[in-house]
Ligand binder design. Structure first.
Ligand SMILES: Nc1nc2c(ncn2[C@@H]2O[C@H](COP(=O)(O)OP(=O)(O)OP(=O)(O)O)[C@@H](O)[C@H]2O)c(=O)[nH]1
Length: 248
């Protein structure tokens, strides 16, 4: 298993992550890409290229639907299909909406999702939420990978609403991803939320790019972990977490 660095990245620039300011620039950029005219204008000033992209939010996502639907129409035509046949008439729009859903995490910020559900509590024992379902999209092949996530943290008198751990998984899994980055982003987000003594995240994923195509290994699973703070420094704490995760 890989070990992640104990330190969180510096906070992203909130002003550049704002959806309202550069939405039209983004839509124009998408149109240009669809026309093959060049790179997207609009992502340059957002935080996508910073650190772990914790605050990456392409602006005004619904505005991207027409360009996305047009691109799916072109894809159908490139496949030799007739996009005008009745069964396919609405497919480009449906596919565009589905892709927006698969990537809806771009539209969520950690702050909004936490909704202040952080509670003062004199509790410094391990909290583990395990087997959280996860569906994500492989950024290399644009096909799904899915699996489960287990998160543990050692509070320092601040605890997080339990559902928020699952919601954090949603923010970062509903994007184009690699499993290693997803794992680390979840750990860093929990750290940002409650500044615990440590965070541990284990992700077990099945990558359809390895199952349905390519090397076609139906039973292979990928396990990644990120251990921050005491989980990284203290083998006993790490072991306790892993035992809890693997217990039935
Ligand atoms: N590390 C990592 N690799 C991934 C993930 N998802 C997909 N990949 C890999 O990305 C790699 C892309 O390799 P390429 O050789 O460029 O693409 P390819 O020809 O489609 O590769 P094959 O999948 O081996 O057929 C493959 O090895 C995939 O297994 C992920 O989450 N993490």
């Amino acid at each position: 298993m890989k070990e992640a660095p104990a330190t969180a990245p510096p906070p992203a620039d909130a002003t550049t992550a704002s959806g309202a300011t550069n939405g039209s620039a983004h839509a124009n950029g998408a149109a240009k890409i669809a026309n093959g005219e060049g790179p997207s204008k609009g992502h340059e000033r957002c935080t996508f290229h910073h650190d772990l992209e914790l605050d990456h939010r392409p602006p005004v996502r619904e505005a991207m639907l027409p360009d996305m639907a047009a691109a799916y129409g072109q894809l159908l035509a490139a496949l030799g299909e007739n996009p005008q046949r009745p069964g396919l008439l609405k497919t480009p729009e449906r596919a565009a909406k589905a892709m927006l859903f698969f990537t809806k995490g771009y539209d969520q910020s950690l702050e909004e999702v936490l909704n202040d559900a952080i509670f003062d509590e004199e509790h410094d024992e391990m909290v583990v939420v395990k087997d959280i379902e996860m569906f994500s999209m492989c950024e290399h092949h644009l096909v799904p990978f899915y699996g489960k996530v287990s998160i543990g943290y050692l509070p320092r008198n601040k605890i997080l609403g339990l559902s928020k751990l699952a919601r954090i998984v949603e923010i970062y899994s509903r994007r184009l991803q690699v499993q290693e980055r997803l794992t680390k982003q979840i750990a860093v987000a929990v750290t940002k939320a409650v500044q615990p003594a440590g965070v541990a995240v284990v992700v077990e994923g099945v990558h359809m790019c390895m199952v349905m195509r390519g090397v076609q290994k139906v039973n292979s699973k990928t396990v990644t972990s990120a251990m921050l703070g005491v989980f990284r420094d203290d083998p006993k704490t790490r072991e306790e977490f892993l035992n809890l995760v693997h217990s039935k």
